[in-house]
Each structure stands twice: as C-alpha cells, then as structure tokens.
Design a protein around this ligand. Structure first.
Ligand SMILES: NC(=O)c1ccc[n+]([C@@H]2O[C@H](COP(=O)([O-])OP(=O)(O)OC[C@H]3O[C@@H](n4cnc5c(N)ncnc54)[C@H](OP(=O)(O)O)[C@@H]3O)[C@@H](O)[C@H]2O)c1
Length: 246
C-alpha cells in the first residue's frame, strides 16, 4: 500500500499539465478522493467523468483569498495538499516593458501558494498531520534570465517551503519541495529545449515521497543542475545566464 492509498488529496491547477498528470496517476495509485481544483471547473468535466466517482471538481483561483478560505472550509477531510498551480512570464527583468508580469508571477506562485498553505495547515493538522507538496522549480536555486521573475518567484516558493516545514513539524505535517527541470507542458511550449513528460515527473515525485525525500529533483536535467550547483554554483550561474530573453 502506498502513502496515497485511501487519502483525500487536493491538487491545484488540475486541469492541464503536471496537475492533470497528478490526478490521473493518483487515481491509478488508489487515492480515496481527489479534489481537482481549477479556476474554471468546467475544464475538469472529462476528468470528473472518467474518475470512477473519486474525482470532484473544485473552483479555485489560488490568488483569491476568499475562494481559498471557502475551499478549506468546504473540504475539511483533506490529507494531502499538492500546490501545483503556477504561471511563468517568459521575460527578462530589464527587457520587460513593465513590472506587471513579475508581480503576477509572484502573486500566483508565491502568494497563492502561501494562501493555500495557511488555509489548509489547520485542516491537515486536525486530520492527523498529512503532507504538503509544493511544486517549485530548479529555477528556485539559480535564476534563468529568460524567466527572471518566474525564477525569483520560485526562489520564494523554496524559501516558503523551508520555513513552513519547520513551522508545521510539530503538528506532524510533512512538507516536500519539488524542483523540476523543463517539463513538456503549455508553460514550456515556447522553449526549444529537452523536456521531461509530466507523467514521468509525477512518477518521480510519488517515488520520492515514498522513499521519504523532502527535496525532490524529478528529472535528469534537475538532478544534473542540482549537483552542479552543489559543486560550483558560479559555473551554473554563468551557464544558465547565457539563456537570455529575446
Ligand atoms: N513546465 C515546466 O517546465 C515546469 C518546470 C518546473 C516547474 N514547473 C511548475 O509546475 C507547475 C505546473 O506547471 P505546468 O508545467 O503544468 O504548467 P501549465 O500547463 O501552464 O499549467 C499551469 C496550471 O496552473 C493553473 N493556474 C495558473 N494560475 C492559477 C491560479 N491563480 N489559480 C489556480 N490555478 C492556476 C493553470 O490553470 P488555467 O488553465 O486556468 O490557466 C493550469 O492548470 C507550476 O507550478 C510550474 O511552475 C513547471
């Protein structure tokens, strides 16, 4: 039996990309109930129809504090929270016309995740502890200038993950950070680089959780960059610094 068997799991951004792969994989892994959260619940109709009665759609924009509070009140049975929803502006700090895209990335990736963690921490504690999985990025650890504001927002998610892990330790809630390299989803569509499938990312995350990892590097590029950062961080900074915005 795996750590997801029979559990109630909420996945944000469940309508496409990595979030969709989480829901489909968790269904096959024996999850009890999956709360598939999306800004537009109608985008989940097919997923719910194919979910053998175990997938429920939840309307949830993680930047909307009222919707987040309502979701936590309505779903007091959540055992596992997967903070997957995110946005990425393909822009440099200087090259962008305004700071609005940078603000939007921070609003969703950092403050949205913070909203979710704050709302669901008491729910998880009441249910005996549970698990929070924050989908960060390898860009949490080194800034990719063509995704400057995204990288900064994901560095903030990493920092949040560390602090929340410490704060929630006493309530028995485990907090896992996930640091993928490029993944083959809409988010990375414009990038002409090697990408890992969302299904492979999810399989590696579930495997990492099963083996007790707190920090999961779920693909070959993430593993290579992470070991490079441990060995020679300036060399990696110079390497990814060559990936400049157009
Ligand atoms: N793709 C990559 O290369 C890559 C690499 C490392 C980490 N990641 C991370 O993996 C996670 C999933 O990304 P993905 O690759 O699957 O991207 P994606 O295909 O663009 O999907 C993003 C998902 O997030 C949802 N979302 C965006 N803003 C939201 C908000 N305010 N409230 C609720 N949902 C919101 C989107 O919903 P809508 O359909 O309504 O827009 C969509 O479901 C993100 O956190 C991303 O940063 C991705």
């Amino acid at each position: 039996m795996n750590s997801f068997h029979g559990k109630t799991i909420l996945v944000t951004g469940a309508n496409r990309g990595i979030g969709l792969a989480f829901v489909e994989t968790l269904l096959k892994s024996g999850a009890g109930k999956i709360l598939a959260a999306a800004r537009k619940p109608e985008s989940l109709n097919e997923l719910v129809a194919n979910g053998s009665g175990r997938v429920r759609a939840v309307r949830l924009d993680i930047t909307d504090a009222d919707q987040v509070s309502a979701a936590a009140a309505d779903h007091a049975d959540v055992d596992i929270l997967i903070n997957n929803a995110g946005t990425a502006a393909l822009a440099g700090f200087i090259q962008a016309d305004t700071v609005e895209a940078a603000r939007a990335d921070m609003e969703t990736n950092y403050f949205g995740t913070l909203n979710m963690v704050r709302a669901f921490a008491p729910v998880l504690a009441r249910n005996g502890g549970g698990l929070i999985v924050n989908i960060a990025s390898i860009a949490s650890h080194v800034n990719f200038p063509l995704l400057g504001s995204y990288s900064a927002s994901k560095a903030a998610v990493h920092s949040l993950t560390q602090a929340v892990r410490a704060e929630l330790g006493q309530s028995g809630t485990k907090v896992v950070g996930v640091y993928p390299g490029p993944v083959d989803t809409d988010m990375a569509r414009a990038l002409d680089i090697d990408k890992t499938s969302p299904e492979d990312i999810v399989a590696a995350v579930l495997q990492g959780i099963a083996t007790g990892s707190e920090d999961i590097y779920p693909d070959a590029q993430a593993i290579e960059l992470h070991s490079g950062l441990l060995a020679d961080p300036k060399a990696v900074e110079r390497q990814v610094g060559q990936m400049l915005p157009n």
